[in-house]
Write a protein that binds this ligand. Sequence first.
Ligand code: FRU
Length: 492
Amino acid sequence: MYRPNFHFTPKKGWMNDPNGMFYANGYYHLFYQYYPDGNKWGPMHWGHATSKDLVKWEEQPIAIYPDNDKYIFSGSAVVDINNTSGLGTGKTAPIVAIYTLHDMTKEKENKIDVEQQDIAYSNDNGFTWQKFKEGNPVVKNPGIRDFRDPKATWDETRKQWILVLAAQDRSQFYKSKDLKNWEYLSDFGKNIGAHGGVWECPDFFPIKVKGTNETKWVLIQSLNPGGANGGSGTQYFIGDFDGTTFTLESNFAKRTAREKAVWIDYGKDNYAGVTWNNVPVADGRRLFIGWMSNWEYAQDVPTFAWRSSTTIAREIQLIKKGNDYSLISNPVKEINKYVSKTIKEKSLKGKGKLSIVEAGKIDLTQAIVNFNLKNLKPDTYTFTLSNAIGESLTFGLNNSDHYLFLDRSKAGKNDFSEKFASTITKAALEGNQKEGVFKIILDKTSIELFYNNGEKVITEIFFTNQPFTSLSVSSNEGVELSDLVINQLNIN
Ligand code: FRU
């Protein structure tokens, strides 16, 4: 009953982090931490799904299996176009996955060297895989207990492979010519950014500043706990990479110090997200997907045959405003192909409670709602999603204290965890807002809110007992909405 309409979920079993995403031969591949035989975390496999458009996913057979007590943890995959690894057979480029092998026996014995990095490869464009038995591990454990989640990327400037992995309280960089022999380069982050928990699932890539030819390097770094609004969260850093060391850009360094951390998402349910490798150059997008849950309650949410879904796939861009660089994220444009009906209202203006969507007018379990909030006062603008049995979810903009908020405490079932809805999620905004542009993606059990073209994002799940059917807005001083466009989606 709580299965989303269009976000990816495995048919049965437990899922966490997205892994090993790449594009090849017409398909976007998505692998994920997967336990097929239960609905809580267990012996980790790499599950697999494919999509032609990043929106509609098709589950595939399990890609990589654990060997008894040696679990297959998170990692990445690259398309080795020049067969630098020598693992190819000549017909198609080999795909090489690099992941953490986690030894449960050593964990139980309280050993330190529990985690190492192994590779597996595919010679059929990513559908079937073999472990590189003769050469694993490719990165040995150096004496660090939490040493995992390798993300490999091609560094075109220096014609080398780069690897970033999470080493407890920092990210570590390695380089390689052949994906099999890795040389340690440097560390980043020991005393920088958020450190409320263990660092996990990094990503590291170059990206052009939107509309320019300037390139910066981005480090995405998840951590758990210690996220923006509690539990699991994903921060990012912007800087330069000289082939050995990652150095924060000076204004970004100041911003990190001021805000403690800069987050890719302020909601509670976007964790361990990383980006696709090998997206065609002609496309050029940096594409991201996250796990839409949080370790605070992921194993307790009220779904049974299956657990967890991914976020909508997003395009990440780097923008520069004044001297400040930041990432913006927005849903991939492919979702617009699935719009089956559009309702446009030029504007909506008035006092009291204004109805944006009346019950029955549109199916709010698969919809995109866009609008601009105009002529903002130092007031609070509250949007309410509701249904016939009195459940509601509120979100909006507090323009007196300058933050976005989301409150799911009345949005249906939440008694499975004290952590789920006990606090209101907030995302601080820089000062007084004159106008706010909202894009909201609604599924049956999730909301993804993109503010000002993705400058601030809030992603959260909920478990209403009936779907939301209406949306309204209110504020003390009156509301003015323009460019209201409601798109009904028909994805499945
Ligand atoms: C993050 C994480 C990773 C690890 C995986 C295990 O959610 O803890 O660090 O590789 O999950 O499933």
